[in-house]
Write a protein that binds this ligand. Structure first.
Ligand SMILES: [Zn+2]
Length: 304
């Protein structure tokens, strides 16, 4: 058995997996936003629940978090959690008496889709999360590429090119990361709403825009077209830097019907001529992909 936890801004989901990575049981609890000690307690309680369900006090456990862990200092960078600058992994490992694997949730997603998911069989898989935020992870031959800061794939904080801003006269706004004009402010769910407000005067939600596009509303078709175009610009940059042969979409916006087909049609006009486009696809494991990736981290603890 394997234990996995998806630590989010609103909930902490614990899930027991069998050795073949089939999910057996889940339990969710709200994420406390008071003190770091409360957050730590809540995660430990979920770990103890996993151990009880699995009947194993030494259950291997992997945790996906919405932030980064500094490889050298072990400190967490988590903007939306009470663990900023704290040694979360070391503290959890100390409380539970063994090493607990902790990794960025976008990286867990990429790992899950590269191993037995939509990226299975591809050499270089780029997992791109399109949700409230935009993030990603890179896997080569099924293994995560983490590099110097464990950062590879955090493409949401690349700035949109000036020619895109100029073409549609887009507003350049401040991002949660402290910089301005990041892709995340345009191609996330809230970013799509922002585009809609700018182009039509109406701040419609992403599902409303997607539905309007599907029903042939010309204004919303143009909003959706601009959004796909900006996403393709981001993927062009990903191609130049990483050159993946497969891109897997995850997050709430990956549920847009035929998203991969929309992107595959638009992408060739954004890439340099003569190149082969990557295979675009949506996640096999949907919203559960991140926690499944955390289970793969737990699996690695056994083999390491
Ligand atoms: Zn940013």
């Amino acid at each position: 058995m394997l234990g996995a936890i998806d630590l989010g801004g609103t909930k902490i989901e614990a899930c027991v997996f069998d050795p073949q990575l089939q999910a057996l049981q889940r339990q969710r609890r709200a994420t406390p936003h008071g003190s770091y000690a409360e957050l730590l307690d809540a995660i430990v309680q979920q770990c103890l629940w996993l151990q009880t369900q699995a009947g194993n006090a030494q259950l291997p456990i992997g945790i996906g978090i919405p932030g980064l862990i500094d490889r050298r200092s072990g400190l967490s960078t988590t903007a939306n959690l009470a663990a900023m600058g704290r040694p979360l992994q070391a503290d959890l490992s100390a409380r539970l008496g063994r090493h607990i694997a902790v990794e960025n949730d976008c990286k867990c997603f990429a790992l899950s889709e590269a191993q037995g998911g939509a990226g299975q069989g591809h050499g270089v898989v780029f997992g791109l999360i399109l949700g409230t935020g935009v993030g990603g992870g890179v896997c080569t031959q099924g293994e995560l590429m983490l590099h110097h800061n464990g950062l590879s794939g955090e493409v949401g904080h690349i700035a949109l090119p000036a020619q895109c801003v100029a073409q549609w006269g887009l507003p350049v706004i401040r991002c949660g990361c402290g910089r301005t004009g990041c892709y995340e402010t345009y191609v996330s769910g809230p970013g799509m709403t922002r585009l809609c407000k700018h182009l039509t005067g109406q701040a419609l939600s992403a599902p409303e825009i997607v539905q309007g596009n599907a029903h042939g509303d010309p204004l919303l078709q143009s909003v959706f077209g601009v959004w796909v175009s900006l996403l393709c610009e981001l993927l062009h940059t990903v191609q130049l830097v990483v050159d993946p042969d497969c891109v897997v979409f995850g997050g709430g916006l990956s549920r847009i019907p035929a998203l991969a087909e929309h992107v595959a049609r638009a992408f060739p006009s954004h890439q340099l001529s003569g190149l082969r486009a990557p295979h675009f696809t949506s996640a096999t494991f949907g919203d559960s992909s991140g926690v499944r990736g955390a289970a793969i981290l737990a699996q690695r603890l056994i083999s390491s």
